[in-house]
Design a protein around this ligand. Structure first.
Ligand SMILES: [Zn+2]
Ligand SMILES: [Zn+2]
Length: 822
């Protein structure tokens, strides 16, 4: 057998004849078998009794949305590489799994699946329906994560809506309230009229929108007309003042006067404030309570009246006069029409500008005055930025996004939502004196709608109103380190789990999940929640666009797994540098599958020749030059692969291992030693054993380095031969290869490289003469330096056999060259 290793990917079953027995590996069937094997043998169990060093991971709990998408497969595979690597480093890996079940996404999903409207149902009926629906769909949903080969301990499980999480989330609320970090207040709030709830600054997204800048005439008694430029003429009814810059010469004589609001005819003062930008529009702006953030500042600074002309559902209120009952956009159109008719509109300029929308539904947000709960933390901005510096960010540059977010924070964290399916506030209000009454810790989890406070109010009253709102979902998911670690009952062990070693997540939620988790950890414990942060990029569609249902470019991982196997998908996910976005190309999965096939076939070839070999009894003195060349490169690879994993650069590990495996091991080493393996009578037993040692070490090292990335195929190979030898139940709990610096030999490597170069030149010559690679060479002349000759002679027999040369002679020369005579 001297032909190149077969590489057949046309069929899903791969055959290679060994001892006349077909040995096959079929990802579709075998991956499932190995997943069952791991589950049955509890390979990923977090061992609570172990003395090993702990490595804890704050797994992102995916939102139960019915189906896993390719982006999940991409980023979860990347964190799983790390979990598996750390486990092979003999650490006791704490790798829980949770699902994020509360809040709007679940409400939306249940409304869609069950064809109901939450606002039209009894609250308790809707919550019951949500819980039932989640129980129905959760097992299939979690299975998606098992199918990509996630190595979580799925027994350490939480759902962000279950009793455990409600208790911890409510406890967090009570603790922060007692520390004076929370307040409830009627104040301007960011509001979504579609979801009909308050939302937080972090839930805003910029969207470019078509709009128009309108120059509108305001009449001023005894003066010229005042021109106001606005993009929101529908807010005219809530105009409470006009602002100009104090130094703007155009408006000097207007200040202190009153202007008449067109169409509405009420008079408003003309005031000065440095925040009025003379460069923008006409330099004179109206303040409507509330059009934007500046309006709020003006409203507070100048003690202006509050006039709300938009209601919570996005319709005009009676403050909008004859426009009452219209939708915001309808009102805008109508008001522009009326302004035109009355000749009060001077100019209408089309513009595109960024508008704040709710990231979940795309609705333009409004600012409404409502009563909400807040966490006040704007005084801690510097502290949070400092805390960010204390953690190690991979890749480093991602910290900038965290810093910028904090610097731009303008609102306290609004944590109340006017929704149904969420964790209730553990709060009632006294009917008599309106004092908030908090639940006692022993009462948690509590539902104020059905439960009662344990004691009467300070005023003596025993009548309470329950808080109707629910907590923002991020108020709970910002506690994932606590949610996960508190599943462990042993308090001493818990201390070793928190702060956790790693938070893996994608970059789009640095401002949400990551920042909020730091906030909670700092406020509660005055420490960071983790030591390391690993930020994944996004999987994009083949054109580099974000995948989304509305664009119809979503790819389901299960479809790809069925076609190519989970290992191929994971191989693809390991192809991008940490933090980089990666467009999905199906051809990359073809490459992944080729890797599966090649690993399997190369392993079958090696194993076929290892039955009579015992690595423990092997004497390394038998190693020849070519063996030393291989082992030197192998040890370099171990160092690079290990260092890369330590830096969360799994892509570099993959690249280095692949390079060694294909080009050093398969293309060259296996070819160079075939003669020794097949002809021990001619070459001697020692030479065969030396090759066997390298086959054993080479293939074992490669499958171990690839095990975190391609867990199934590597397990299949490991179980065929190595499990018995190493006495580990699974490759995934076996030891990560250790490098041996003594085996890194510069000289031998250089000579080996020359030998490889000579072999490749001979092959090239044969091909260019249309000869088979097995064609005999009568005389091979090698031109090289004296020193090089000395080295190459150490590999003479391998070289002769591999090139099928009868005779090899040397000639002195400076530059390596060869002459082939057939
Ligand atoms: Zn919304
Ligand atoms: Zn009271």
């Amino acid at each position: 057998m001297t032909q190149a290793l077969p590489l057949n990917i046309a069929t899903s079953s791969l055959y290679l004849m060994t001892d006349n027995k077909p040995n096959k590996y079929n990802p579709l069937e075998d991956e499932k078998t190995w997943q069952k094997f791991w589950e049955n043998n509890k390979i990923y169990l977090f061992d609570q009794k172990s003395k090993k060093e702990i490595y804890s991971i704050d797994t992102p709990p995916p939102t139960v949305s019915g189906k896993m998408h390719l982006g999940h497969a991409f980023s979860y595979a990347q964190e799983d590489f790390i979990a598996r690597y750390q486990r092979m480093q003999q650490k006791n890996v704490f790798y829980p799994f949770g699902t994020d079940d509360n809040g709007l996404p679940t409400e939306r999903l249940v409304e869609k699946l069950k064809k109901v409207k939450s606002k039209k149902m009894e609250r308790k009926d809707f919550i019951k329906l949500c819980n039932e629906t989640l129980d129905e769909i959760r097992p299939d949903f979690v299975q998606g994560w098992k199918n990509i080969g996630m190595s979580c301990d799925f027994n350490i499980f939480y759902s962000t809506i279950n009793d455990h999480c409600r208790r911890i989330s409510q406890r967090s609320f009570i603790e922060l309230y007692k520390e004076g970090r929370e307040y409830r207040k009627e104040s301007p709030t960011i509001w979504c009229t579609t979801c009909q709830t308050a939302i937080a600054q972090v839930e805003l997204e910029d969207k470019e929108q078509q709009s128009s800048f309108n120059d509108i005439i305001f009449k001023v008694k005894g003066k010229d007309d005042l021109l106001i430029a606005t993009t929101r003429p529908e807010m005219l009814g809530s105009c409470v003042a006009i602002f100009v810059h104090p130094e703007d010469p155009r408006y000097k004589e207007f200040t202190g006067k009153k202007a008449k609001v067109p169409l509405f005819n009420h008079e408003v003062p003309i005031l000065t404030d440095k925040r009025a930008d003379p460069e923008k529009g006409t330099g004179a702006v109206m303040c409507c309570t509330f059009g934007d953030q500046t309006d709020i500042e003006w409203y507070k600074a100048h003690n202006l009246p509050l006039v709300m002309s938009i209601n919570e559902a996005g319709f005009m209120t009676e403050k909008a006069g004859k426009y009452v009952g219209l939708k915001i956009n309808e009102a805008r159109k109508q008001i522009i029409e009326d302004l035109k008719t009355k000749k009060l509109l001077v100019k209408e300029k089309e513009i595109t500008h960024p508008v704040n929308v709710h990231e979940r539904c795309g609705t333009n947000i409004q600012i409404l005055n409502t009563k909400q709960w807040f966490i006040n933390y704007l005084d801690l901005k510097k502290h949070f930025i400092e805390a960010g510096k204390q953690m190690r960010w991979y890749p480093k540059h991602m910290r900038v996004r965290y810093d910028n977010w904090i610097k731009g924070l303008q609102w306290d964290w609004c944590i109340s939502r006017q929704r149904y399916f969420g964790i209730p506030f553990p709060v009632w209000y006294c009917e008599k004196c309106d004092e908030p009454i908090l639940a006692e810790l022993s009462q948690l989890p509590v539902d104020p709608l059905t439960d009662k406070p344990k004691k009467p109010c300070k005023c003596g009253s025993k009548k309470f109103k329950p808080e109707q709102d629910v907590l923002d979902t991020w108020a709970t998911s910002s506690l994932t380190p606590q949610l996960a670690t508190e599943l462990i009952k042993d308090k001493n062990l818990r201390k070793k789990l928190y702060p956790m070693n790693l938070r893996p997540q994608a970059h789009d939620i640095i401002t949400f999940w990551l920042f909020n988790t730091v906030v909670k950890s700092q406020l509660h414990n005055n420490i960071n929640p983790w030591h390391d942060i690993m930020i994944a990029g996004h999987a994009l569609d083949p054109h580099g666009k974000k995948m989304s249902k509305s664009k119809g470019n979503v790819i389901e991982p299960q479809v790809m797994i069925t076609k190519y196997g989970a290992d191929a998908l994971r191989f693809w996910a390991a192809g991008s540098k940490l933090g980089d976005d990666l467009p999905f190309m199906e051809k990359d999965l073809v490459t992944g599958k080729k890797m599966i096939v090649k690993l399997w076939n190369a392993a079958q070839f090696c194993l076929m020749h290892l039955n009579d070999f015992n690595p423990e009894k092997f004497d390394k003195k038998k190693l020849t030059l070519i063996d030393q060349w291989l082992l030197s490169k192998l040890n370099r690879m171990i160092i690079e692969a290990t260092d890369s994993f330590e830096e969360y650069e799994y892509a570099r590990t993959r690249a280095k291992t692949e390079q060694f495996f294909w080009h050093i091991f398969c293309d060259n080493y296996l070819e160079l030693v075939k003669d020794r393996i097949y002809n021990p009578d001619k070459r001697g037993k020692a030479q065969r054993q030396a090759a066997q040692y390298c086959l054993y070490t080479g293939i074992l090292t490669v499958i171990k380095l690839m095990a975190p990335i391609m867990p199934h195929i590597t397990e299949a190979v490991y179980q065929e031969h190595f499990a018995k030898k190493e006495k580990y139940k699974s490759i995934h709990i076996s030891e990560w290869p250790k490098s041996n610096i003594k085996e890194i030999k510069e000289k031998q490597e250089a000579v080996g490289d020359l030998v490889v170069q000579i072999v490749s030149e001979v092959r090239k010559t044969k091909s260019s003469n249309s000869l088979s690679l097995k064609t005999g060479v009568k005389k091979l002349t090698i031109i090289c330096s004296k020193d090089e000759q000395k080295g190459i002679k150490l590999a003479m027999d391998d070289l002769k056999a591999t090139t099928s040369s009868l005779d090899i002679i040397f000639k002195e020369g400076k530059k390596l060259d060869i002459k082939v005579e057939f």
